[in-house]
Design a protein around this ligand. Structure first.
Ligand code: TRP
Length: 373
């Protein structure tokens, strides 16, 4: 872990991005409540960046369908999306300066994705390791067509909104590379339509799970959620994995790779306390129980203002829903414009326009053959 993550209570009422600021786009599949791993890995970075960019956040339910598409999973999209947005706002995204959109509510993205898919080859997509992993993770024996197209759909989000910067983690970086390639290829072949997006890598170490596994994740059941109440955080920290070789408080312990210290590094706003605990731990002069109590206190100091804001926002019934509705409408406008530019640049509108002209000339009754689409 690097410097302590930006504590939400330190958030001054910050100004929004300057008018005409470049656009940022990122987002997640709607899996539900956000945890500390999301915060350390992406949310803190988004909160920092969204003061400088006009910011779009996709709730990528179409991407979710590439691996999870049972009726039950689909039925949960609404609740999961709302929880995710609520957590993001509680953690510090300013609703005035954040456009949240539900991907399936922007059908233009599907059309964009189809048009872009001619500009990338199957072997290029097959070489992306994250897709293989998602395939295995989803228990698939063979690659679904839609999953192979996952990066192309992501390119449709990014290019459809003409995003200039895309902050993502390691897994998503190759997808952004595909989006850049597609944008360049399109611009070369048909004319300059797309902003070529820049990748902003999240250069933070991945937060381990409470069980010491490499990654905090909902499916592994090793997560501490931003919305966990204080008692729940205390219980999870008490059960946390530490140095397995340490048999008692008098035995020197290892700090490196110890998740308790990884969390201290990421979330404890008192670096002197962390340094002192590490020293005593290495010397066998502090018990795991005390290190954990201090961690619980630090996490609750970090989470308290988030909990407070979450409760206030949740009490404002319909707020999150309204944000998603207006954000989806807004994004739809952007995607429509991009799609029209794209079709025009490709010359794809010419044939039907020609048919219409000829049909009108023959009928002499424009009403009958007017475009109603
Ligand atoms: N692929 C992202 C995920 O892992 C979600 C996503 C969809 C996304 N479209 C995007 C991220 C565009 C950044 C930019 O859930």
């Amino acid at each position: 872990m690097t410097a302590p993550a930006l504590a939400p209570r330190d958030l001054a009422p910050a100004p929004g991005p300057l008018p005409g600021a470049p656009r940022m786009l990122t987002g997640d599949r709607p899996t539900g409540r956000l945890h500390l791993g999301h915060y350390a890995g992406s949310l803190a970075n988004r909160i920092r960046l969204h003061h400088h960019y006009e910011s779009f956040f996709v709730i990528a339910d179409l991407h979710m369908l590439t691996t999870k598409n049972s009726r039950e999973e689909i039925a949960e999209i609404g609740r999961n999306a709302a929880e995710m947005v609520l957590d993001s706002l509680a953690a510090g995204l300013d609703p005035e300066h954040s456009v949240f959109y539900l991907q399936s509510g922007v059908p233009e993205i599907a059309e964009l994705s189809l048009l872009l898919s001619s500009l990338v080859t199957v072997p290029r997509l097959q070489r992306i390791p994250s897709l293989k992993e998602m395939e295995q993770h989803a228990g698939q024996r063979e690659m679904p067509f839609a999953l192979l197209g996952y990066p192309v759909l992501q390119a449709a989000d990014i290019l459809g909104a003409q995003a200039a910067v895309v902050p993502v983690g390691k897994d998503n970086a190759p997808h952004v590379e595909v989006a850049r390639e597609i944008a360049r290829r399109f611009n070369r072949r048909y004319g300059e339509v797309f902003t070529v997006p820049a990748l902003v890598p999240a250069d933070v170490p991945v937060l381990p799970g409470t069980d010491g596994k490499a990654k905090m994740s909902k499916s592994l059941g090793n997560a501490i959620y931003l919305s966990d109440p204080p008692g729940e955080v205390a219980a999870k920290v008490r059960r946390m994995y530490t140095d397995p070789a340490r048999t008692g408080p008098g035995v020197p312990g290892t700090v490196e790779g110890n998740p308790v210290f990884a969390y201290h590094d990421a979330f404890n706003d008192r670096p002197a306390e962390v340094a002192e605990l590490k020293e005593r731990y290495r010397a066998g002069k502090v018990g795991d129980a005390e290190v954990k109590e201090r961690l619980t206190a630090a996490l609750n100091r970090f989470l308290d203002p988030i909990r407070e804001r979450r409760a206030t926002l949740a009490a404002d019934h319909g707020l999150v829903e309204e944000l998603i509705v207006t954000g989806t409408t807004r994004t739809r406008r952007e995607a429509r414009r991009t799609l029209a530019d794209m079709r025009a640049a490709m010359g794809l509108t010419a044939a039907l326009a020609g048919f219409r002209r000829a049909a009108r000339a023959r009928a002499g009754t424009p009403e009958d053959v007017r475009d109603r689409g």
